[in-house]
Design a protein. Sequence first.
Length: 118
Amino acid sequence: MKNILQRQSILLDLDNTALVFNKNGTFSEHPKLRLLLKHYRVILYSARDDIEEFAKRWGVPYIWKGYNDLFPQADFLIDDQSDEYEHLVDVKKTYSSINRFVAAQLKPQRKRIVPKKR
């Protein structure tokens, strides 16, 4: 039985997902990355050679994408190439970006504002 206090898990890609690349070749963290790190159990899922460095920096575990026999499990996959990797993971839902994921998570919580009758 799943503990109701357990945070939902995310397999999170690095390139063009958690890391946003600039035109000059540099990159920065996605602006909503810290939100994910705070509220979800994030597992980095990438083929970058420096995945371990990012995992240590953010205090999360990682799985290198090169291991096709692992079939990692999580609640969600967030990857700009989610269509390509969806068959290699066991997840409930996939998203192609952090923004799409956050929007989908907030959608049920939005309440319709009904104007007051005068």
